[in-house]
Ligand binder design. Structure first.
Ligand code: PFF
Length: 448
């Protein structure tokens, strides 16, 4: 177990890290959030800007987090303190810890839906599920939320290599093949070409400042960046591993799965979605399964795997706070898990009730419900701010030459193209993020 006193745990192998980090990155962000945010922001043009954000900003920030983590061999607060002991920069780590729990509080609600849909498929009653009714049923929502929280706590309490690593190795490839099957089904439905066009052909007249906020936020969310999850995971990588190629694989797989989700959802809608919100994917998927031979069986498998993909992400969200409590506060792992779960539980209640169970929570700010608002604040703004602060930390505190040294360990050739990374972290990322942040502050523009 990872305590401050014993030798720090390591991933079993390089592929073990890549799979576990991909497990963190790949989750509801790819399959639930990406399609609906793309749908709400104009389709193809959003996809184009999203891909630019991922490779020009996301990948470089991924390398920042992995290098800080491996250098510090600690949670985000401890890793930053190791580089800059008596400064306020550790606040970036605290922001990460709070953001992790903030995201977890509503992520578990959606993760609970995957469980609900799994059980409905198992009972062969997927056809009877009505999304709006389903999510406004407080008792079943609470039950699946608590169940998912308990599952997450159980895995996190089991320690790093035992719990997370083994599970991801087997299940992620199965999810991948199932998604290919769904793409084939979706592409052969009526009007699929119109939906495909909406997804991949950019219409730049639909681009506004909002498009950039959401593309950047979605890139950080999907890649698990900006809150120290990758600092924490990086802290378990040994000194000989190649951080750059590992980081690249994680970004590549994550983006592949998101784009594949788009290829499932949009052809099935058959055009631009008339209304795109958190329910989009669940409504569309149900229709795909019902139009498929043995669809209910496929649905059982798909929702089980989606729940597991979500679990490998919730585990990483919880791990940030837990490793902080262990390393910095001397908690025993199980107690740290218990405390984090308790806070998450209370924080999750308003989100849980915001989809119809309690009408006053369905619209609390600019047309957003409580869950949407949490997602906007923590899943979008906080991750983007966290990423900006990490770039500034590299530029002004740790300095490029030290970060570069860390990234070159296990990968001598990094020096040949580190200039590209420096341009991104030194100029492009901070500039793009600052412009987006200032834009939000001035216009107050949000999804709602
Ligand atoms: N990347 C996860 C997803 O796409 O579902 C969500 C997430 C996990 C965000 C861990 C942030 C994080 F630190």
């Amino acid at each position: 177990m990872a305590t401050g006193k014993t030798r720090r745990e390591h991933w079993g192998s390089k592929i073990g890290f890549i799979l576990a980090a991909s497990g963190s990155a790949i989750g509801l962000g790819n399959i639930w959030r990406f399609p609906y945010v793309t749908g709400a922001n104009g389709g193809g043009a959003f996809l184009f800007i999203y891909l630019l954000c991922v490779f020009l900003i996301g990948l470089p920030v991924m390398l920042v987090e992995l290098s800080i983590g491996r250098h510090g061999k600690k949670n985000p607060v401890g890793a930053i303190k190791k580089i800059s002991p008596d400064s306020k920069w550790s606040l970036v780590g605290y922001l990460g810890v709070i953001t992790g729990v903030g995201i977890l509080s509503y992520y578990l609600v959606v993760a609970g839906w995957t469980l609900g849909y799994f059980f409905k498929s198992l009972a062969y009653s997927l056809n009877k599920v009505h999304f709006a009714q389903f999510v406004s049923n407080a008792p079943t929502q609470s039950l699946s939320f608590v169940l998912f929280l308990a599952l997450t706590a159980f895995v996190v309490a089991g320690g790093i290599s035992d719990g997370i690593e083994k599970m991801t190795k087997i299940l992620m490839p199965i999810l991948f093949f199932l998604m290919i099957l769904l793409i084939v089904r979706s592409m052969t439905l009526e009007n699929s070409m119109n939906g495909l066009k909406f997804f991949i052909i950019p219409d730049f007249s639909k681009v506004s400042g909002k498009t950039f906020i959401y593309a950047l936020g979605q890139a950080f969310f999907s890649l698990s960046l900006g809150m120290g999850a990758m600092i924490t995971y990086g802290s378990y990588i040994d000194d000989k591993s190649n951080l750059v190629s590992s980081g690249f694989y994680v970004v590549f797989f994550d983006t592949l799965i998101a784009v594949m989700a788009g290829f499932i959802i949009f052809p099935a809608i058959g055009g631009a979605p008339s209304k795109s919100g958190p329910g989009l994917v669940f409504v569309v998927l149900k229709n795909i399964f019902l139009k498929m031979p043995m669809g209910e069986l496929v649905a059982i498998l798909f929702f089980a795997l989606l729940a597991i993909a979500a679990l490998t992400s919730t585990v990483s969200l919880m791990e940030v706070a837990v490793s902080y409590l262990i390393d910095e506060k001397g908690f025993e792992r199980r107690k740290a898990v218990f405390l984090t779960s308790l806070i998450t539980l209370f924080w999750g209640i308003p989100s849980l009730l915001s989809l119809g169970a309690v009408p006053s929570l369905t619209k609390i700010y600019k047309g957003m419900g409580f869950l949407d608002l949490m997602d906007f604040i923590f899943g979008n703004i906080s991750l983007t701010l966290g990423s900006l602060l990490l770039c500034l930390f590299i530029i002004f505190v740790w300095k490029f030459k030290n970060a570069e040294k860390e990234l070159s360990r296990g990968f001598e050739k990094f020096k040949n193209f580190s200039i590209l990374w420096k341009i991104s972290i030194g100029i492009l990322a901070p500039l793009a993020i600052s412009i987006v942040m200032i834009y939000i502050l001035i216009t107050g523009e949000t999804l709602g």
